[in-house]
Design a protein around this ligand. Structure first.
Ligand code: ADP
Ligand code: MG
Length: 610
């Protein structure tokens, strides 16, 4: 069908203008719901009740106990570009309300049968106005004890093309429910209910932020939650992020709010993702609910009609701020990895968890390696290095005497108990069992040691190249021919990592020095793995973009292997190192390194009343 251009330019009728605007603001019931909820919150509601029928397509109703609309403003409320929230460009630039464009009610009224009932506190009774296809009814008295009720029926009844884009009732409901929960998460002090087809789906009492998060994201998230608090310059961030051990395949549990408004922002998600980079498998998604507060003048919320995007004036500063706040929270050695720790527990408990080693900067946890007595030829001393390098950790003294078997196996449980407690035994050469103040601690010794090695290698390489220890007698290593070539071309790469290598023959290299301070050096396998990495990443990226992967390879081969018998002092040294090491709650691949089983949990297991 060709467009008839002979009609010339004309001004569109008001209804059509509103319907065009509705295309951006009211895409489906969920977006209409979002607009109505925001209006209720802007009106100062402390309670909001949502009722949907058939996914919100048949009917969508939002009632609140907010300030209400005066009788003579009901018509205006439905007019396009009519708002009580801003009056000047200045207001727009520092807008604090959720709405400000004055087009939601007009848009919804143009594509649905809308009824607006409202009562101001000082009014004798409520008033009602109806809109149908752009025609307004007379304002009539109505019954309503307080606040405002907006009801929209038969969405898109007069725009069949739009209606065709709606999905099934179930899908539309699920979008609407998401919209409801996104808003509910941001306003814990507002009581909210959601009813669908007469059935109550959510009944959220007004509560504290932590409990609202638990109400919506569930107990599993709550037990994995790490609190985040950050403040700096014009920014503030608070909320919770899930420990990396609680990760998701999708982005469904990622909530970011800027000044109370739920937003999808690539910059912020990138900053969050970067903070998790080192502790989360790249195919997994982190879960979080974060509230960013920022001077309204420094953020533009008028980017998109649906207002779900923002533009920061100084995006770099925002990125850095968010990254650092999360990085710090994730690095907290014990709190971050404590899967069973009630991170949303009372304040005092949190502080104790945080005080065990949180806030340590990488510089202060870094302890220079001892090169002198490292016995590459005597790997049974593999843990001696650790115990000697952690002199500031309480109780390290007890465990430093490697080989002394009469170390206290069952220390007294008293106020000086370190967070991870003291080792009791080793299980099948894989797990270390320890006792701490809360009960039993189970540690995957390889995973934990691997993280410790990895963090040390990173810090050491940050400061300079890795130090190197010459071998008394260089050893020859048989390799494939293409590998000798790689070695010859990358001596600088290996030198940076502490290796001194030379080509002996087309299929043999000499190892003259190895990285110092890596206790259990499995040289042949570590070198073969590094050669594989080098081939895969390419020499130019190996020590830059892929640097952490390279160090991860080294850490894996340096870490204590399963079936290695550890002495009690060695196990205690491992525990102390975990407490002093950032991100020690997860191995380099994001798997947990330890679990707490509390006395309560054990008692439950044995049905033992206390
Ligand atoms: P905006 O929210 O951008 O101002 P809307 O079209 O959503 O535009 O609403 C228009 C006006 O109607 C608002 O500015 C507000 O004054 C009034 N209003 C809408 N919903 C409510 C409500 N639930 N309670 C009180 N006033 C409301
Ligand atoms: Mg609005």
């Amino acid at each position: 069908m060709a467009t008839d251009l002979s009609a010339g330019i004309r001004v569109l009728p008001e209804l059509l203008i509103n319907q065009i605007a509705a295309g951006e603001v009211v895409e489906r019931p969920a977006s209409a719901l979002k607009e109505l909820l925001e209006n209720s919150l802007d009106a100062g509601a402390t309670r909001v009740d949502v009722m949907l029928e058939q996914g919100g397509i048949k009917a969508l109703q939002v009632g609140d106990d907010g300030g209400g609309i005066a009788k003579d403003e009901l018509v205006l409320a439905l007019a396009r570009h009519a708002t009580s929230k801003i009056g000047s460009l200045d207001d727009l630039e520092r807008v604090g309300s959720l709405g400000f464009r004055g087009e939601a009610l007009a848009s919804i009224a143009s594509v649905a049968r809308l009824t607006l009932t409202s009562r101001r506190a000082e009014a004798q009774h409520a008033w009602r106005i109806e809109a149908l296809g752009g025609e307004l009814s007379a304002v009539e008295p109505a019954a309503l004890s307080e606040g405002t009720v907006v009801r929209a029926e038969d969405l898109f009844f007069n725009t069949p093309a739009r209606r065709k884009f709606l999905k099934t009732e179930g899908t539309e409901y699920s979008h609407a429910q998401d919209a409801f929960l996104r808003i509910a998460l941001g306003v814990p002090d507002v009581a909210m209910t959601l009813t669908h087809n007469g059935r109550r789906a959510f009944n959220l009492a007004a509560t504290a932020a932590e409990s609202r998060i638990a109400q919506i994201l569930g107990d599993e998230f709550r037990t994995a939650a790490i609190p985040v608090h950050g403040e700096g310059g014009a920014f503030r961030v608070s909320g919770v992020i899930a420990a990396p051990t609680y990760s998701r395949t999708g982005r469904d549990e990622q909530y970011v709010y800027v000044n109370g408004r739920f937003v999808r922002d690539k910059l912020v998600s990138h900053a969050i993702r970067s903070a998790y980079e080192d502790v989360l498998h790249h195919q997994r998604q982190p879960a979080y609910a974060l509230f960013l507060e920022i001077d309204p003048a420094l953020v533009d919320v008028n980017v998109h009609p649906a207002k779900s995007e923002v533009r920061f004036r100084d995006s770099r500063a925002v990125h850095q701020f968010v990254f650092h706040a999360l990085n710090k929270a994730l690095a907290r050695p014990v709190a971050a990895g404590q899967p069973a720790a009630a991170a949303l527990a009372p304040e005092g408990q949190l502080q104790r968890a945080g005080a065990t080693g949180g806030g340590l900067s990488p510089a202060s946890t870094f302890t220079p390696f001892h090169q002198a007595s490292l016995g590459i030829e005597q790997p049974r001393d593999f843990y001696a290095v650790m115990t000697k390098t952690a002199p500031t950790v309480p109780f390290a003294a007890q465990s430093s005497a490697v080989g002394v078997l009469d170390a206290p196996a069952l220390p007294k449980v008293n106020g000086d108990m370190p967070p991870l407690g003291f080792a009791l035994a080793q299980l099948h050469g894989v797990y270390v069992l320890a006792q701490n103040a809360n009960g039993l601690v189970l540690i995957d010794m390889h995973a934990a040691h691997e993280r410790i090695m990895y963090e040390r290698l990173k810090t050491a390489l940050d400061l300079s190249r890795l130090s190197s220890q010459p071998l008394l007698t260089p050893t020859a290593l048989a390799v494939a021919e293409r590998d000798t070539e790689l070695v010859a071309q990358n001596t600088e790469f290996f030198a940076a990592l502490g290796f001194d290598l030379a080509v002996l023959s087309p299929r043999e290299i000499a190892v003259r020095a190895v990285p110092a301070s890596l206790p259990q050096l499995d040289v042949p396998n570590m070198l073969r793995a590094l050669l594989d990495d080098l081939r895969e990443y390419g020499a130019s990226r190996a020590l830059t973009e892929q640097r952490n992967e390279i160090l991860g390879t080294m850490a894996c081969h340096a870490a204590v292997r399963a079936n290695r018998m550890l002495t009690i002092p060695e196990m205690n040294a491992l525990l102390r190192d975990m407490e002093a090491t950032e991100r020690s709650g997860q191995c380099n691949h994001g798997r947990p390194t330890w679990f707490q089983v509390t006395m309560d949990e054990l008692d439950k297991m044995f049905m033992r009343g206390r």
